[in-house]
Ligand binder design. Structure first.
Ligand code: GCV
Length: 705
């Protein structure tokens, strides 16, 4: 029997098993927080009871951990080992531990969403000015385990680099005829909805919020950006149900956002138009937003996919995306709400014969001219690459083109194009590469700085499509949990090393009986995951050319699957060569959307990095890469090597028999078997395609069909 979606079993503990709380739980812990609802309340509640609920959660977490591991909840004056304290305003050192040395002078105050950790002779004080930040501080100590208490004296502040850290769910309320309950979901059904309605039992949602709080994520958009008729009603008729979801997320400080349809004034409001400049339309959105915030006081905002892949938008009224976004921004502004407006706008009905239209150009062409026109509470949400979450593509030039706009980076945790949670593919290194990219060259800001507001513009944070479903392991492939974990950690601190983040995840997720991870387990998980994104890249579409997946579901190889379709994702292979000419000299001119130095680096065959060669250039099969081999030979070599690496991965994992929980082992083995089958198929189809098209033989005479 396989362990597929076993919804009637408790979900896997992921990175919060009981053992993760050993260090905190065996200590004396005090929580010092005023009653926020009482007359002497020192801090205002940010929404209906939000502070109180999050503090109650903190008390509960501390009580549960200490009860499980032999520690105790004590008063602040009972010499606690760990004191968690809520401060009234900007951070100050907080009450000293009785008997402790004089407290050092305060370090710079953390932002309201950050926390401060002082370790003094083995005693730790975590302080914050908001309950959610304090909860994040508590989980920081949990994550550090014994090290939190045994390290040298310290005084650190931790604040998230990105103020807005959002997970987007592409969950449908109804089971969609083609996309199912969760669009691009590979982990079973939705944790929010079941076949047409919000689930009665939302305990999984609270457990999810707990996992998110442990990595610092505090906002979730609960429905698909492709807003179908049923899902549109979440904004109006089903608001009470949305409020139930918000209530399930709130105890862990996670705020709710909704994806809304631009056509809602017509489809829900009965108006004759959704024209953003129409007074009745504006009034309709204002009233809709008022109702939402009246029902859910700490609601976060709206996410909008407009004029994209068939979704309605402002173009129908001769308006642009700034007009559209500002319409909604005005409606949510009185409530402090934010509008995430997606830049994923392109022509999905293009003619494959027309080589001048380049989908990669589209987001920049639509959005860059609008810089400076978006309201302050609009965040333009930009996919990391100009195409669509490919295993390898260039960084979107939009991220460097709108200094007067709040820009957010959008990543995809759900593995639509990276193995659909059947292949082990740790995406931390790929995201790190994108976050660390410097659009203006070595001395300029990184993408992480741009979205954090530490580059030329105001910054809009980071968002990602979640990979979670009602699957027992949350993510289908148990090892795909590492991607969700890494997203949270990198959103908080993009400078973290992806391998270190993986190590944290391993330490928390795979503790042995004594609370520590078996050395062999740690080693093998690194061997399986550290380089798994490169491995996946090596046996799929080569040199940044992208796609080559089965149209529709996007799983497995189909080299020409998209070649003669309207979707704008072509590789242009013929007997002579392959790749997309995006140069200014002879191609679509896309390279010109980058500032220097990249506009020139990518333009030239001499300097274009190998891994993006076919993204930017059309070259002969016999073109010699910087690596010294031809394009054709590169395909053969990487595809043979990639499958071998998957074989090694399978063997490495199998060597863990008995060292990891049986249910995890069973599921991972199933997935690895499929990965090996699929990688072999990719190898043989890609190699055969290149051989048949090019006639270039493999220098090593290996089997090609
Ligand atoms: C939600 C890709 C996916 C779609 C997705 C779209 C988007 O095209 O295949 O399923 O739609 O991206 O990001 O809006």
């Amino acid at each position: 029997m396989t362990v597929e979606n076993v919804v009637d079993h408790p979900p896997h503990a992921a990175w919060l098993p009981d053992a993760a709380f050993t260090a905190v739980g065996r200590r004396r812990v005090a929580v010092l927080a005023p009653d926020v609802s009482g007359p002497g309340a020192r801090i205002p509640a940010p929404g209906p009871d939000r502070s109180r609920e999050v503090l109650a959660t903190l008390h509960h977490e501390v009580a549960a951990a200490t009860a499980a591991h032999g520690g105790a909840v004590v008063g602040q004056d009972e010499a606690p080992d760990l004191l968690l304290t809520l401060l009234p305003g900007p951070a100050h050192p907080g009450p000293p531990h009785p008997g402790s040395a004089p407290t050092p002078p305060p370090s710079p105050a953390p932002a309201r969403s950050g926390f401060r950790v002082v370790r003094d002779d083995g005693r730790v004080t975590v302080s914050a000015t908001g309950p959610t930040a304090l909860l994040h501080g508590f989980f920081h100590v949990v994550r550090q385990g014994e090290d939190a208490f045994t390290g040298p004296d310290t005084d650190e502040t931790h604040a998230p680099a990105q103020a807005l850290r959002v997970l987007d769910h592409w969950d449908n309320v109804d089971v969609h005829a083609v996309m199912g309950q969760v669009e691009r979901g590979y982990a079973g059904g939705s944790i929010f909805y079941d076949d047409g309605r919000v689930r009665d039992d939302l305990s999984r949602v609270t457990a999810y919020a707990r996992l998110l709080a442990a990595v610092g994520i505090d906002r979730v958009c609960i429905n698909n950006v492709n807003v179908h008729a049923r899902e549109a009603r979440l904004l109006t008729d089903d608001l009470a149900e949305v409020a139930r979801i918000a209530a399930a997320l709130r105890p862990y400080g996670v705020r709710t956002h909704l994806a809304v349809s631009f056509a809602a004034p017509m489809t829900l409001g009965g108006l004759p138009t959704s024209d953003p400049l129409d007074d009745d339309v504006r009034a309709w959105w204002r009233a809709a937003a008022d109702r939402v915030w009246a029902t859910i006081g700490d609601f976060g905002g709206f996410v909008v996919k407009a004029d994209s892949e068939g979704q309605p938008g402002p173009f129908a009224y001769g308006c642009d995306h700034a007009d559209g976004a500002n319409l909604l921004a005005a409606a949510v502004a009185p409530h402090g709400g934010v509008v995430h407006w997606r830049a994923f706008v392109y022509d999905h009905t293009q003619d494959w014969r027309d080589r001048s239209t380049d989908r990669a150009r589209a987001a920049y062409d639509h959005f860059a001219p609008l810089d400076g026109r978006f309201a302050d509470n609009v965040v333009v949400q930009v996919k990391h690459g100009p195409l669509d979450f490919q295993t390898r593509e260039a960084v979107s030039p939009v991220l460097a083109a709108m200094p007067r706009t709040r820009l957010a980076l959008e990543l995809q945790v759900t593995q639509e194009y990276t193995g659909q949670q059947r292949h082990a593919c740790y995406l931390g290194p790929w995201w790190s590469e994108n976050l660390a990219f410097r659009p203006w060259g070595d001395d300029g800001a990184r993408v992480a700085d741009v979205v954090a507001g530490r580059g030329p513009g105001p910054g809009g944070g980071i968002a990602a499509v979640s990979n979670v479903g009602d699957d027992r392991f949350w993510t289908g492939h148990p090892l795909a949990q590492a991607n969700l974990y890494a997203f949270g950690r990198l959103a908080w601190d993009p400078a973290l090393d992806a391998a270190d983040v993986l190590d944290e995840w391993v330490s928390l997720t795979f503790p042995g009986d004594d609370g520590t991870v078996d050395v062999r387990v740690r080693e093998v998980l690194h061997a399986v995951l550290d380089d798994s994104w490169h491995t996946y890249e090596s046996y799929t579409a080569p040199l940044g050319v992208g796609f080559m997946v089965r149209p529709g579901h996007h799983y497995g190889p189909d080299v020409d699957g998209y070649e003669y379709t309207p979707w704008g994702t072509y590789h242009f292979a013929d007997r002579d060569g392959i790749g997309v000419d995006r140069t200014r000299a002879t191609g679509t001119g896309f390279t010109g959307q980058y500032p220097a130095p990249w506009r020139d680096v990518y333009e030239s065959l001499e300097t274009c990095p190998d891994e993006l060669l076919l993204f930017f250039h059309h070259v002969p099969w016999t073109h010699v890469l910087h690596s010294g081999v031809t394009v054709a030979q590169h395909v053969y070599d990487t595809h043979f090597a990639g499958v071998e690496r998957v074989r090694e991965t399978v063997a490495a994992w199998e060597s863990l028999a008995g060292l990891v929980p049986g249910d995890v082992d069973t599921r991972v083995r199933e997935r690895l078997a499929e990965q090996l089958r699929s990688a072999t198929e990719w190898r043989d189809q890609l190699n055969t395609y290149v051989w048949r098209k090019s006639g270039v033989a493999d220098a090593h005479g290996r089997t090609i069909y």
